[in-house]
Write a protein that binds this ligand. Structure first.
Ligand code: GLY
Length: 365
């Protein structure tokens, strides 16, 4: 027998859960089919909210990321009110130290995107203890972070449950069944068939296994260390974003270090090469952390697309919407994705920005 819901989210990671909460708050009946939330990219990253530190060029992707960053405060507050839990949202700013002085020390800035070049003395005042070969760096005061791993994703799960979203874990989607008139009629899974009026694909790196869309896994390995006596001193009070390495200090003394970027398909696990690169990059940038106690290692798969931009909005099937391929910016883009895709699915409200993210830009749908 088919299990029915108004809207089904195919994928229970950060994007699927953010959408489920938003759609439910707007009155829809929602079911989330999740294969294994432990593998979600949203649980893997460091939670940087870094449109400026990532140095995205001006254009629709930067605009989308800045819009989402601007939503973060209210979005996390709303989730905290629903659940009574702390997301760890911290608009702490991001410092981007460099080892070679760039030819130009001015970046295009607007009122919403201030950025400052700091010479070597100034950067050491901003962040004592940086590596000896840092020659200066950028300060992006409006970038920040959220505690995705211990906070956000668990809070989204809790919020979804409290609001009455049905989350079915352990579901492997086997097939999207469609009719000749381009409608998905049901989905076959290892737990039976599910049907809905509308489906949203939020399966991250696994999306390409369900539909012919160019979304590929890009592996990242990560680790964390802990500051001794964080109550006495917190040596890092902002994110450090170096070249190929970032160091993200949480307010309780945990420090997350990431991440490798490997084209190895779904090859799972940690490698000595990967961890060595993270440790040497992090110690070069902030030598003091070589004495900190290691807490944990983990890895996961970012959903990459050919142009590194997500795939958002309508598909070739009338009742299937796409919200996937967020690559390096899924945690940042969760609130704006939830907002724009809910507007589209519930009210057919097509934000002009969505046009840049349509799946048919790749000509393979
Ligand atoms: N957002 C940073 C990363 O994907 O490593």
């Amino acid at each position: 027998m088919q299990q029915y819901s108004e809207i089904i989210l195919i994928g229970g990671g950060l994007i699927g859960l953010s959408l489920a909460v938003e759609l439910k708050l707007r009155g829809a009946t929602v079911t989330v089919l999740s294969r294994d939330v432990q593998e979600a990219a949203g649980l893997v990253g460091a939670g940087m909210l870094a449109p400026q530190a990532e140095q995205l060029p001006p254009g629709p992707m930067l605009e989308l990321c800045l819009r989402s960053r601007a939503l973060y405060n209210d979005w996390t507050r709303k989730l905290e009110e629903i659940t009574g839990l702390d997301t760890g949202y911290w608009p702490c700013g991001i410092l981007s130290p460099v080892y070679e002085r760039p030819p130009c020390t001015r970046l295009e800035a607007t009122q919403d995107t201030p950025s400052y070049w700091l010479e070597s003395e100034a950067i050491l005042q901003q962040q004592p203890g940086l590596g000896a070969d840092v020659v200066g760096g950028w300060w992006f005061p409006q970038d920040g972070q959220v505690d995705n791993r211990r906070g956000l994703i668990k809070i989204l799960q809790r919020a979804a449950q409290e609001l009455g979203v049905k989350i079915v874990e352990g579901v492997t989607v086997e097939k999207l069944v469609n009719s000749p008139n381009k409608i998905i009629t049901e989905i076959q899974t290892n737990q039976g068939n599910f049907g809905a009026d509308h489906y949203i694909l939020t399966a991250g790196a696994w999306s390409g296994q369900l539909l012919s869309i160019p979304v590929y896994p890009r592996k990242g390995q990560m680790l964390s260390v802990r500051v001794p006596n964080p109550i006495q001193t917190l040596p890092l009070k902002q994110v450090l974003f170096g070249s190929d390495i970032y160091i993200v200090p949480r307010r309780d003394g945990l420090i997350v270090i990431g991440a490798t970027s490997e084209k190895v398909g779904f090859n799972s696990g940690l490698t000595p090469n990967g961890i060595e690169a993270l440790l040497s990059g992090a110690i070069r940038l902030y030598p003091g952390l070589k004495e900190f106690e290691i807490q944990e290692f983990w890895w996961g798969f970012r959903p990459e697309t050919p142009d590194s931009m997500p795939i958002l909005g309508q598909s070739s099937w009338t009742n299937l919407t796409l919200a996937t391929g967020h690559y390096r910016n899924g945690i940042l883009l969760a609130p704006v994705t939830a907002q724009l895709i809910s507007n589209w699915v519930l009210n057919q409200q097509d934000d002009p920005l969505l046009n840049y993210f349509r799946g048919d830009r790749f000509q393979v749908l």
